[in-house]
Design a protein around this ligand. Sequence first.
Ligand code: C5P
Length: 222
Amino acid sequence: EQNISIAIDGPAAAGKSTVAKILAEDYSYVYIDTGAMYRALTYKAIQEHADLENEELLKEILSDTKIDLIPSGKGQLVYVNGENVTEVIRTHEVTNSVSIVAKHASVREEMVKRQKDMANGGRVVMDGRDIGTHVLPEAEVKIFLRASVLERAKRRHDENLSKGFESDLEQLKLDIARRDKLDSERVIAPLKKADDAVEIDTTSLSITGVVEEIKKIVKERL
Ligand code: C5P
């Protein structure tokens, strides 16, 4: 058995975390959700009423912020300086601000350093926006998931409704499109398929279908 790394990138709500969690469970690998790290910093900065455009300040806040991702059951718990923020980092407020925080060069530099350390040794499934391009450029398996904005908004919408949350499909479409734009147009490490990543369009695939396709690719690389 080999200690490979699996990098999964793609736009918001493309199913990355769902698929990554299943793969990690099936291979007994560690799942690392890098988006949760940017969300955790955003949560902390909002709490401190920081100006999210202020790169120096964000960098300083990050240096005082210990972010722990703790594997738990089929997922992962997120802690900021010992506080369990697993749920609060998923609020609209954080979701709609995270791409501002994530655009700063010095924030990304520190996050990438922490992420490389966490993945050191392999046996990880890491999801994000720049994993195949910057965090794990040597990953044995690189996947880029795509799906239409409407499909992604619908999935988020159904997920919200099933959890009993209020949900507005039109608003979700706008929010997802805005986040895609910010993430793919930023100067530093924008959302982009790595040249050697395999692209999978999940629009008309089931979760199991996507997992099976990725497992085929993993087998070829082992
Ligand atoms: O994956 P998730 O939607 O939770 O990511 C939240 C945000 O964090 C993204 O919209 C993006 O701005 C940022 N992010 C990033 N690089 C990563 C992971 C997430 O810039 N590797």
